[in-house]
Design a protein around this ligand. Structure first.
Ligand code: ZN
Length: 342
């Protein structure tokens, strides 16, 4: 006969959280479990038995959501766990096998093995994680994370904290830098062939920095700023992950880096031609909405058809008096119409 001490140890209280899946809405319960119950059967009790699913099980010695989780074998019993350590909670997740895997189970054993291997590996890989939102830039960060999740970009669990958040941060910084300037870049790309518009996957990252509401002036893009962000993006692409599982995303990030780099080169060219113009003796200037003044060097040779105009200019007594060029009566071939001088 079992004594009282034994009867209290055959059942255990345990907190169970099952993540939402396509079969089940998810739940958080505290259950009494017999020591011989396996984790898998606890899961099946709540979730129901399904084919082509795999159970990912983790346990913790705490019930707080941020407590450290350990991966465990779903075949372990509650007694095994409790005997090993005072485990208090379980986090269980149903993982549906990919259609690829289920359809290739017959006939192609190698493919099946490979897929199973991939799934095993996938179990140790996770998406980048969001951060606590304190401001608009954090929001942008989290939306970049969401973009990665929607593209199913994963990292090894051990790399998600450092490498994962670093990649997201570099992307966020660059997108934050241009968030109010998409229109400027895109408009310029229509006029200058070397400038490229903001790549389509990043279109949605516009207007995060609401400078108007903050009564601030939008900061113009600078060569230095563009250069450092594009360099940071380009250096991300050297990371091995971009040559393996993130390969398709590489082109997307590269397009953004190129966009920033090209706009920087455009600004550089603009600055060069501007300083050339300004270093001229008489820099052209705008004097009205449709009027500008541009000085031209004297030429030794005047084309015949401009002779009348040239003469008019030469005979003008006062440099403050403008002479209007009108091709109907200032060109030589229409000289019969009496050229007008001002
Ligand atoms: Zn399920």
């Amino acid at each position: 006969m079992a004594g009282p001490a034994q009867t209290t140890s055959v059942t255990h209280l345990i907190a169970i959280k099952i993540e939402k899946c396509s079969h089940f809405d998810g739940c958080s319960v505290i259950k009494v479990a017999h020591w011989q119950t396996t984790i898998k059967s606890l899961f099946i009790d709540l979730h129901g038995e399904r084919e082509n699913v795999r159970l990912e099980a983790k346990c913790s010695t705490d019930v707080r959501p941020d407590s450290e989780l350990f991966e465990i074998d779903p075949e372990l019993t509650i007694g095994d766990l409790k005997g090993f350590y005072p485990v208090k909670s379980l986090k269980l997740q149903c993982v549906t096998a990919t259609p690829d895997e289920t359809s290739s189970t017959k006939g192609v054993p190698i493919a099946t093995t490979l897929n199973a291997f991939n799934i095993l590996l996938a179990g140790t890989k996770v998406h980048p994680v969001k951060k606590t939102c304190h401001n608009r830039k954090d929001e942008l960060y989290n939306d970049v994370v969401e973009m990665c999740v929607s593209r199913d970009l994963k990292l090894h669990k051990s790399a998600v904290k450092d490498e994962g958040s670093y990649i997201i941060q570099v992307l966020t910084n660059a997108l934050w830098y241009i968030t109010n300037q998409h229109q400027t870049i895109n408009d310029t790309s229509l006029r200058f062939k070397d400038v490229v518009p903001v790549p389509e996957p990043f279109e949605k990252f516009q207007g995060y920095n609401e400078f108007k509401r903050k009564k601030l002036k939008a900061q113009p893009l600078t060569q230095d700023g563009l250069h450092s962000h594009s360099e940071a993006l380009f250096s991300l692409l050297n990371k091995p992950i971009f040559s393996s599982s993130w390969f398709e995303f590489k082109a997307v990030v590269e397009a953004l880096a190129t966009c920033l780099c090209r706009y920087k080169e455009y600004l550089q060219k603009q600055l060069t031609s501007q300083s050339e113009r300004q270093s001229a003796d008489h820099p052209p200037r705008t004097v009205g909405s449709d009027i500008s003044i541009e000085h031209r060097a004297k030429s030794v040779f005047v084309k015949e058809k401009y002779l009348v105009f040239d003469q008019a200019v030469a005979q003008c007594p006062d440099t403050n008096v403008p002479i209007f060029f009108d091709e109907n009566n200032t060109l030589v071939n229409t000289v019969s119409k009496e050229p007008t001088e001002s």
